[in-house]
Design a protein around this ligand. Structure first.
Ligand SMILES: Nc1nc2c(ncn2[C@@H]2O[C@H](COP(=O)(O)OP(=O)(O)OP(=O)(O)O)[C@@H](O)[C@H]2O)c(=O)[nH]1
Length: 351
C-alpha cells in the first residue's frame, strides 16, 4: 500500500461471485471528502446538507458508497461525501464515511424481535407529543418513549397538547419525577397555538426528535415551529421526483434562524425495547444508579418484588406513612417512576 493510503480512483474493483466486493480490503481515504449532515432518507437516496452551518452550505442528493456495505445511514448522521456536491439538478454525491454517533435512537420491531432499527443519530432530546384529550394520553406508550430516549443517551421532553381540553397538571406530575421536562400547548379554534414560546425555548440550539400518535397535534406543532417545513422537505422530494413528501421515514427540519433542528418521525408509532438493558436505563437516573451500585445484592432486578433491593431502603421502610417527609415522598415517587419504566421496558403490550 502506498504511504498515505489509496485514493478513491486507485482502488480497482473486479466483479466476484457476489459482484459487490472491492478487490482489496484497504479502503480509499477520500481526503477530498467534505462534511455533511443527513437530513432525509428515501429509498436509498440521501438528502444531505454539505458544510452545514457554513455560509456556503448546500443541499445535495447522495447515495451510499459500496464500501459502507449494510451500515445504515439515518437523519442526524454526520457524514463525509465525495463527488458532485454542487447540488445541481440531477447531480449525485457519494457518502463514504459515517462519523461516530453521539447518541443513537433505536427501536426493535417488537419486544420479541431482536432486530434493531436505527431511527435517528446525534439528537439531543426526544419530544414526546401527547394530547391531553382527543385522543386520550397513553401513559404506557409515553413510558416506552422515555425508556427509548434514555437508552439512546438523549433527554426526554413531554409536550402536552390540547390543554384547552383538559388539565395538564396530573400528567406533568406523573412525568416530572422521571426527569422529563414538560411543556404545554393549547389552541382555541382558528387561533394560533399558544405556549409555543416555551416549546421554542426548549428546542433552542438543540436537535430534537418529535414522536407522537396520529391526531395528537404533531403536524400542527411542526408547522407552527417550522413555517417553511414544506420547503425544507424539498430536498427529499427532489430525490424521489414526487411533488409531495410522502415518505414515512424521519426528516430533519431546521428551526428558523438556524436555532436547531427538529426531526419529524411520521412512521414511528411505537418503540419495541428488546435491545434495552437495565443498566442503560439506570444511567439516566444518576441518584438511583449510585444507590443501586452501593447497596443492591448481586443480580438484583430492582423491581417492586426484588428482595433486599437497595432502593427500598433508600426510600424508607414505610412508604404508606402519610406523615412521611417531603424528601421521602420525593424519593418514593422517583423510585416508583423508575420501576414503572422497568416494567414498560419488558411489557409486550405497546399501547
Ligand atoms: N383543541 C385542540 N385541538 C388541536 C390542538 N392542536 C391540534 N389540534 C387539532 O387536532 C387535530 C389533529 O392535529 P394534527 O396536527 O393533524 O395531528 P397529528 O398528530 O399530526 O396527526 P396526524 O396528521 O394524523 O399524524 C386537528 O384537527 C388539529 O386542529 C390543540 O392544542 N387544541
Amino acid at each position: 500500500m502506498p504511504r498515505g493510503g489509496y485514493e478513491d480512483h486507485e482502488v480497482r474493483q473486479r466483479p466476484n461471485r457476489r459482484g459487490s466486493r472491492p478487490r482489496t480490503k484497504i479502503r480509499p481515504e477520500h481526503r477530498e471528502a467534505v462534511p455533511a449532515l443527513v437530513t432525509g432518507v428515501d429509498r436509498g437516496r440521501y438528502a444531505v446538507l454539505v458544510h452545514p452551518g457554513e455560509p456556503h452550505e448546500q443541499d445535495v442528493v447522495a447515495m451510499k458508497a459500496r464500501e459502507l456495505g449494510r451500515q445504515r445511514i439515518v437523519p442526524g448522521d454526520l457524514v463525509a461525501v465525495v463527488g458532485d456536491v454542487t447540488g445541481a439538478p440531477g447531480s449525485l454525491a457519494r457518502i463514504v464515511r459515517i462519523t461516530p454517533r453521539r447518541t443513537l435512537l433505536r427501536r426493535t420491531a417488537d419486544d420479541t424481535d431482536p432486530v434493531e432499527r436505527v431511527i435517528v443519530a446525534n439528537a439531543d432530546q426526544l419530544v414526546i407529543v401527547t394530547a391531553l384529550a382527543d385522543p386520550e394520553p397513553r401513559t404506557r406508550m409515553i413510558d416506552r418513549c422515555v425508556v427509548a430516549a434514555y437508552d439512546a443517551g438523549m433527554t426526554a421532553v413531554l409536550c402536552l397538547t390540547k390543554a384547552d381540553l383538559a388539565d395538564p397538571a396530573p400528567m406533568a406530575d406523573l412525568y416530572r419525577p422521571l426527569g422529563v421536562d414538560v411543556v404545554v400547548t393549547s389552541r382555541a379554534p382558528d387561533r394560533e397555538v399558544a405556549g409555543l414560546d416555551e416549546v421554542r425555548a426548549r428546542l433552542d440550539g438543540r436537535t430534537s426528535v418529535l414522536v407522537g400518535h396520529s391526531g395528537v397535534g404533531k403536524s400542527t406543532l411542526v408547522n407552527a415551529l417550522v413555517p417553511d417545513a414544506r420547503r425544507a422537505t424539498g430536498a427529499v422530494n427532489a430525490v424521489t421526483g414526487r411533488g409531495r413528501h410522502t415518505s414515512s421515514s424521519a426528516v430533519a427540519l431546521r428551526l428558523p434562524g438556524h436555532r436547531g433542528w427538529v426531526i419529524d418521525t411520521p412512521g414511528v408509532r411505537s418503540f419495541g425495547l428488546a435491545h434495552v438493558h437495565v443498566d442503560s436505563l439506570l444511567h439516566a437516573f444518576a441518584d438511583l444508579d449510585s444507590v443501586v451500585r452501593e447497596s443492591c445484592p448481586r443480580g438484583c432486578t430492582h423491581t417492586q418484588d426484588a428482595p433486599d433491593c437497595g432502593l427500598d431502603a433508600w426510600v424508607g421502610t414505610d412508604q404508606e406513612d402519610t406523615s412521611a417527609s417531603p424528601e421521602r415522598r420525593r424519593r418514593a415517587a422517583r423510585v416508583d417512576s423508575m420501576r414503572r419504566l422497568l416494567t414498560a421496558r419488558s411489557a409486550t403490550d405497546q399501547s
